[in-house]
Design a protein around this ligand. Structure first.
Ligand SMILES: C[S@@+](CC[C@H](N)C(=O)[O-])C[C@H]1O[C@@H](n2cnc3c(N)ncnc32)[C@H](O)[C@@H]1O
Length: 251
């Protein structure tokens, strides 16, 4: 049976797993791990720090998903949280274990090796959730994260915004040219009509999930979360028109 992309389901899943393999190879590459180790010096980004300060409990057990080389793990430990950091890339998890004193393990966010209700909050930073493929793996991960959070536990994450690719903002010729390049590449590669797009404007250039606020809201609700806030960088328009959404939800 053909789906809305004109692909049969087997082809869609095959493509999804090829794209996932590409992303996995990228994060297992020693050069990428070294790059992310340098990235640790950046510490928490503004919206991550705000989400933690405003929505996370003052103490407790935190799950740091897709921890990379530990950019968010180290500051969470410094704040005194009991942190468990996971990454599907074993070299990334090892680097976080080397650089921090958090519990670190290699694990896939769509198959979490934890009992239910054991974490007080979870963070999936830098749009890592969008790398889960095939498409239903991202949805499975949302339900897994809900399962391991205690009722009332908080989940903060960033995710690609497809609206940003439709509205050149700010409306400069450069922004317009970028949008045209983005859509030409995605039409050429057959990614139109699916939630997964080739992120050609990002240096790392993977095929990743691009969502919109309504579908994000629906997926979170269907996974058992209540959406608390879309955090903007500079006020309300940036919460919905920025390159990414930063969402805080409650289990
Ligand atoms: C963009 S990097 C961000 C790393 C780190 N959070 C940071 O901000 O520096 C995304 C990370 O998510 C990880 N990742 C991708 N898919 C994953 C999955 N299914 N389960 C756990 N981690 C995953 C990647 O291996 C990678 O380390």
């Amino acid at each position: 049976m053909l789906n809305k992309d004109g692909l049969n389901e087997t082809e869609r899943l095959r493509r999804g797993s090829m794209d996932a393999r590409h992303n996995a190879d990228h994060y297992e590459d020693p050069e990428t791990v070294a790059l992310y180790a340098d990235f640790r010096a950046e510490g928490l980004f503004d919206r991550e720090a705000r989400a933690i300060a405003e929505f996370f409990p003052e103490s407790g057990r935190i799950l740091d998903l897709g921890c990379g080389a530990g950019r968010t793990t180290a500051p969470l430990r410094e704040k005194g949280y009991d942190v468990t950091a996971i990454d599907v890339s074993a070299p990334m998890a090892r680097e976080t274990a080397r650089a921090t004193d958090a519990d670190c393990l290699t694990a896939d966010a769509s198959r979490l090796p934890f009992r239910e209700n054991v974490f007080d909050a979870a963070l999936f930073s830098s749009k890592g959730l969008d790398e889960l493929q095939p498409p239903n793996a991202r949805y499975t991960a949302l339900r897994e994260i809900r399962r391991v959070l205690r009722p009332g536990g908080r989940f903060a994450f960033s995710t690609h915004n497809v609206l940003r690719q439709l509205v050149p903002f700010p409306p400069t010729p450069g922004a317009l040219a970028d949008r045209v390049r983005f859509w030409l590449a995605n039409v050429r590669e057959g990614h139109v009509g699916t939630e997964y797009k080739h992120d050609i404007l990002d240096k790392e250039e993977g095929v990743v999930y691009f969502g919109d606020p309504l579908s994000e809201y629906r997926q979170l609700r269907a996974s058992g979360f209540r959406v608390l806030e879309f955090l903007g960088k500079h006020g309300l328009p940036s919460a919905y028109l920025g390159p990414e959404y930063f969402v805080v939800a409650e289990a």
